[in-house]
Design a binder for this molecule. Structure first.
Ligand code: NOJ
Length: 505
């Protein structure tokens, strides 16, 4: 009897699929971390930097920030950049995603005047990374628009598309000999809806019925102009790639009813399809069902035309296909209903246009951010959906992360990251062409309207200390181990609190 049992166990282990414990990340898979200029740099007016919309808003209306703080000094990466690179080496990162501050490079927003000090700062940062084989990945725009351009309407001015292309050209010209990965915009939804269609990001324009859609159209055209500037004038000599980063959280149906599935699709179109469809879908232009819905509502509301602008055929084909990859910022999931949890606001806006309800089960663990829960299979659901929709294109996860109120033994962050990376492996197993994963964030930083009350860092930053000392949390040791072994070991427990730099890093 005993031998029969042994035999059958052997059969099971010989022929079963590799256990999740054994799965490895491909050798060329890129592990990194991500940050953004306004959130970490400080030096808000150092060496001739111009004012941007976050400087302006936090200085003039500090009460809109939860702890009345600002990014004047932030983590002071403007002076601590060598320590930042040292942390990248401690973690053993392959890549680092960071953004350029437009007004540090072009103090008045336009490219007639380029700041030498601004260029020197980024050259130093980039060269320090390259010294240690860390691949820089640059985001051109992570929310810090020069204030002067904002006064001219910012993203709602059609000329914005030229201003952005001019700025992008300066960046390619100055850094493209060494930087091979370019992201035009970070999170269009947060720029357009939160910044222009509501009050939850600068410049808080709050033109709820119309501004989100005008911004969306100008933004994707600006993206395409910057993309073609790279492809036509830099790619051959510099050999890099250019894409955009869109926040793609997962919106699945609350029940398996047809109505809920249709509601989830409308929500996906409203949240990220507005920006992804014009660039990645064959059809081009804004997403079909959602634009029809907005047109119908606009008519009922007495607007002479749809509140959502149209793309001309020429614009459609110009924007369509303007990418080398799709950057995905992914954090969480929501369950969408056609009939339950509906918002009662009726004033025209992105949300009332979609007109669906959104629910998150309380059993999904909650972070320090009200919107961020650990949802099951979240990355897998989002990426396999994108692959099905847009085909076999190249993806990077350009952000994924978890907030706490303080640092130290951040076991929930570890749990979240391990679950996320299992979901990354599931996606790769399902055939998604996913090339890398950037964890948000390397260190604690200015979390926009939440100030310093929500901490996303693998390293804690002491914001009371003028030196802005950085200290690794438990999660930093765990991420380092994953990068080194290319395996997620759920039993690994860091036995040290001191970080060292491994040989060859
Ligand atoms: C996405 C944004 O790109 C980043 O700036 C922000 O800090 C994180 N989400 C966390 O909220």
């Amino acid at each position: 009897m005993k031998s029969v049992i042994v035999f059958s166990l052997a059969v099971v282990s010989c022929c079963a699929l590799p256990s999740k414990q054994d799965r490895k990340f491909p050798d060329d898979f890129i592990f990194g971390t991500a940050t953004a200029s306004y959130q970490i740099e400080g030096g808000w007016n150092a060496d001739g930097k111009g004012e941007n919309i976050w400087d302006y808003m936090t200085h003039n209306t500090p009460e809109v920030i939860k702890d009345q703080s600002n990014g004047d000094i932030a983590a002071d990466s403007y002076t601590n950049y060598k320590r930042d690179v040292e942390m990248m080496r401690e973690l053993g990162l392959d890549a680092y995603r960071f953004s350029l501050s437009w007004s540090r490079i072009l103090p008045n927003g336009f490219s007639n005047q380029i700041s030498e000090a601004g260029i020197a700062f980024y050259n130093n940062y980039i060269n320090e990374m390259l010294k240690y084989n860390i691949t820089p990945m640059i985001t051109l725009y992570h929310w810090d628009l020069p204030q002067r351009l904002s006064e001219l309407g910012g993203f709602t001015n059609p000329l914005f598309t030229d201003w952005f292309e001019d700025y992008a050209r300066v960046a390619y010209e100055e850094f493209g000999d060494r930087v091979k990965h370019w992201i035009t915009f970070n999170e269009p939804r947060e720029i357009c809806y939160e910044g222009y269609g509501s009050t939850t990001k600068a410049p808080r324009a709050n033109v709820t019925d119309i501004a989100t859609y005008i911004c969306a159209k100008n933004l994707v055209i600006a993206h395409a102009k910057a993309y073609y500037a790279y492809v036509n004038d830099f790619k051959d000599s510099q050999g890099g790639e250019c894409g955009i980063t869109i926040s793609v959280n997962w919106f699945g149906p609350l029940t398996d009813s047809e109505e809920d599935e249709a509601a989830a699709e409308i929500k996906r179109q409203a949240e990220w399809g507005l920006y992804a469809e014009p660039i990645y879908s064959q059809q081009g232009g804004f997403p079909k069902e959602f634009s029809e819905l907005v047109a119908k509502k606009s008519d009922e509301q007495g607007y002479p035309r749809s509140r959502m602008p149209e793309f001309t055929e020429e614009e459609k084909s110009y924007v369509n296909g303007a990418y080398d990859f799709f950057g995905v910022n992914h954090y969480t999931s929501y369950l969408i209903s056609a009939t339950e949890y509906l918002d009662d606001s009726t004033a025209p806006s992105l949300y009332s246009d979609a007109g669906v309800g959104s629910y998150t089960p309380p059993e999904w663990p909650l972070s320090a951010s009200s919107w961020l829960r650990l949802a099951p299979n979240s990355i897998y659901n989002a990426l396999t959906h994108l692959k099905e929709k847009y085909g076999d294109i190249k993806f990077y996860i350009t952000e994924n992360g978890w907030s706490e109120t303080s640092g130290g033994d951040d076991y929930n962050r570890i749990k979240y990251q391990r679950a996320a990376l299992e979901s990354v492996l599931d996606s790769i197993d399902a055939g998604v062409n996913l090339r890398g994963y950037m964890f948000w964030s390397l260190m604690d930083n200015f979390e926009w309207m939440e100030g310093y009350t929500e901490r996303f860092g693998l390293y804690s930053v002491d914001f009371e200390d003028p030196a802005r000392t950085r200290t690794p949390n438990k999660s930093a040791f765990v991420y380092k181990q994953i990068i080194k072994t290319r395996v997620i070991d759920h039993d690994y427990e860091p036995d040290s609190t001191t970080m060292t730099i491994d040989q060859g890093r």
